[in-house]
Design a protein around this ligand. Structure first.
Ligand SMILES: Nc1ncnc2c1ncn2[C@@H]1O[C@H](COP(=O)(O)OP(=O)(O)OP(=O)(O)O)[C@@H](O)[C@H]1O
Ligand SMILES: [Mg+2]
Length: 265
């Protein structure tokens, strides 16, 4: 089950450089508060793939980390399957914005982490092989992350996340650092996987096209402090094609405008 409700979420940070560093009282925060976002109310239906869009620094990563249980909100709460979350869950897999492969493990061992719950060795190995093949890393199984290019590291990380077939998948800019063709291929792979497994998937991106091609719904954050500017269900048939679907093109323009770009390429 992967039904998630986000209620009145607010996150603020106290600016570090404004901390009082006087000797008498070295750690008393006396500076300005950076309210990253507030009044965030969202609902993610079970099995839904939602793409969260927003300009850089608006709090997408922060919000995803809170929903996944890695971070605490300043106010509000996140309810997963009827229970308030108190921390990360093994049913949730998070793909980080920056590489999070374990550097002392090979590609094979890193991907194996995703299936360590599978008892049968042959079944486990079959799955690892299947997913390494899917991300085209055959032949690099024994390489350590430092022996891979940035894009290859990203692919290994995606394999590790997808092989686990988690209840909920959180992805923070999952395709960043990939070359154009791999980006397209991985995007298609994530869509196919989602259609097959139908697990709740929340993807943070600033790529409008990724969001429109992949999402069952898109949520747009914006403003300072950020708030939900738009939440739209995407009922367009797949595979989606901007050139063929006028309504989709119009929505794309609308989102570009909402993000402050006056003309979309
Ligand atoms: N640990 C932290 N301490 C203080 N401020 C933080 C911390 N983490 C994030 N912030 C601030 O919160 C805001 C949102 O950061 P966040 O990383 O969530 O943005 P984002 O939308 O993911 O940006 P990007 O698209 O560039 O990844 C920024 O203003 C950032 O400076
Ligand atoms: Mg981010």
């Amino acid at each position: 089950m992967g039904h998630i409700v986000v209620k009145n979420l607010r996150k603020e940070y106290i600016e570090r450089r404004k901390l009082n560093r006087s000797q008498e009282c070295p750690y008393v925060p006396c500076g300005e508060v950076n309210v990253v976002f507030e009044d965030i109310n969202l609902e993610f239906q079970e099995g839904e793939m939602v793409c969260i869009l927003g300009p850089s620094g608006c709090g997408k990563t922060t919000m995803l980390r809170i929903i996944a249980g890695f971070d605490k909100p300043t106010a509000g709460n996140v309810i997963v399957n009827g229970k308030e979350i108190t921390g990360p869950s093994p049913d949730h897999i998070f793909v980080f914005q920056h590489s999070a492969l374990l550097p002392w493990m090979t590609v094979w061992e890193n991907v194996e982490l995703g299936v360590r719950h599978v008892r049968d060795k042959a079944e486990r190995e079959e799955k690892i092989e299947e997913f390494i093949e899917m991300v085209e890393l055959e032949g690099f199984e024994d390489n350590y992350p430092y022996q891979l290019s940035g894009g290859m590291q990203r692919r290994a990380e995606l394999a590790r996340a997808l092989v686990a077939e988690p209840e909920t998948l959180f992805m923070d800019e999952p395709f960043s650092g990939l070359d154009f063709l791999t980006h397209m291929k991985m995007r298609e792979e994530v869509v196919n996987m989602h259609e097959f497994f139908e697990k709740t998937t929340i993807i943070v991106t600033h790529d409008i096209d990724d969001a429109l091609i992949m999402g069952d719904r898109i949520t747009l954050l914006g403003g300072r402090p950020a708030q939900v500017k738009m939440s739209r269900k995407l009922d367009f048939p797949r595979p989606r094609d901007f050139t063929a679907d006028e309504e989709l093109t119009e929505l794309r323009h609308e989102i570009f405008l909402a993000l402050g770009v006056n003309y979309a390429l």
